[in-house]
Design a protein around this ligand. Structure first.
Ligand code: 3PG
Ligand code: MG
Length: 397
């Protein structure tokens, strides 16, 4: 197993096809979160500094193989130019004569952006001909799109087999952060897994109980586990048909030596809305009309103690209905605790997933975490123990 980095490649005078993930949120043509764009800037800068010519390959949204103007990558050019501090040229297709001419004319110091790869239906089928058409535009392939590496597409997988390939700086950072959290981590390792449903995170839970010492479960998922323990959760969000599966996970965790932590007390409201009247109750005292929307103060105290004992933390999913105040309290308190321990050099903390990162940003904790992944689905699949095709294809041994 081994992949190259930019340092292993001869880039001088070379056209470097860089697969990036600039699938950023956009409202009325304005980029509302440019994190993914800022995070690829070191790769572009390092290629330019080595005398290479970066040619960016990327998807945007899910146009389903059709050219859709509102999903054109050209609207991102101003944001890219600001992040790279250099001019960004544009080719209106990611393959074909126009793209080839633009790639051939590219001058040192310039960056070329190719149009949305998903305007071709073949992209998501990992079509080899499309991959070959893209490969013609470059001398070297660099994959810096960890957050799209769970997709086996022409621009993430097929093309890596056609050119000398390497990982970009962001890809390197993502892989080493995840490796330090789940590969050979400092123990004890704690995972926080939250979110609405057990059913979408079954593989994740199954993998984590084999790897971590403490598994803290929060959000709607925790209610399903409470049900599995015979607790009545009233009107709370819970997947009651998953209760046997949840019970199996509890039993498996026990034999694997992983301690699962469920809320001991809960914040119960009568409606799913911000500032709904609420009370704190023991987890087994939810009234028939009540809805558990967050973990309570005793649970937070337990979580804090576990964080204090841990050396490594990996976090995916909020602990409560974090989008509704004040039911973001447990998520915020735990996030700030993890941030403080990290700042004090006592904890390695890694987090990923769209909702998770939004919650950590809102609490102000994100900036102190050791690493915040730009990935959602890919982060989850990595945590599930899956091989990501975009990463595997970089292995050129
Ligand atoms: C993402 O935003 O999660 C990645 O860019 C992958 O996009 P996709 O889920 O449409 O493949
Ligand atoms: Mg996705």
């Amino acid at each position: 197993m081994g992949w190259n980095t930019l340092d292993d490649m001869d880039l001088s005078g070379k056209r470097v096809l860089v697969r990036v993930d600039i699938n950023v949120p956009i409202v009325d043509g304005v980029v509302t979160d440019s994190t993914r764009i800022r995070r690829i800037a070191p790769t572009v800068r390092d290629i330019l500094a080595a005398g290479g010519k970066p040619i960016l390959l990327a998807h945007f949204g899910r146009p389903g193989g059709e050219r859709r103007e509102n999903l054109s990558l050209n609207q991102l050019i101003p944001t890219l130019e600001r992040a790279f501090e250099t001019k960004v040229l544009f080719a209106a297709d990611c393959v074909g004569p126009g793209a080839e001419a633009a790639a051939a004319a590219l001058q040192p110091g310039e960056v070329l952006l190719l149009e949305n790869t998903r305007f071709h239906a073949e992209e998501t089928k990992n079509d080899p001909e499309l991959a070959a058409g893209m490969a013609r535009l470059g001398d070297v392939y660099c994959n810096d799109a960890f957050s799209a590496a769970h997709r086996a597409h022409s621009s993430t997988e097929g093309i890596a087999r056609l050119l000398p390939a390497c990982a970009g700086r962001l890809m390197q950072a993502e892989l080493s952060a995840l490796e330090s959290a789940l590969g050979a981590p400092k123990r004890p390792v704690t995972a926080v897994v939250g979110g609405a449903k057990v059913s979408t995170k079954l593989e994740l839970l199954g993998n984590l109980i084999k790897k971590v010492d403490y598994l803290i479960i929060g959000g709607g998922m925790a209610n399903t586990f409470l049900v599995a323990k015979g607790i009545d959760v009233g009107k709370s969000l819970a997947e009651r048909i998953m209760k046997d599966t949840a019970a199996e996970i509890l039993a498996e965790a026990e034999s694997a030596g992983c301690k699962i932590i469920l809320p001991s007390d809960v914040v119960v409201a009568e409606a799913f809305s911000s500032h709904a009247p609420h009370q704190v109750l023991p987890a087994d005292q939810c009234p028939a009309e009540g809805m558990i929307l967050d973990a309570g103060p005793d649970s937070i105290a337990t979580i804090n103690e576990i964080f204090e004992q841990s050396q490594t933390l990996i976090w995916n999913g909020p602990l409560g209905a974090f989008e509704l105040e004040p039911f973001d309290a447990a998520t915020n308190a735990a996030a700030l605790k993890a941030a403080a321990l990290t700042r004090a050099g006592k904890l390695i903390s890694v987090a990923g997933g769209g909702d998770t990162v939004a919650a950590l940003n809102a609490s102000g904790a994100a900036r102190d975490f050791t690493y915040i992944s730009t990935a959602g689905g890919a982060f989850l699949e990595w945590m599930e123990g899956k091989t990501l095709p975009g990463v595997a294809a970089l292995d050129q041994d």
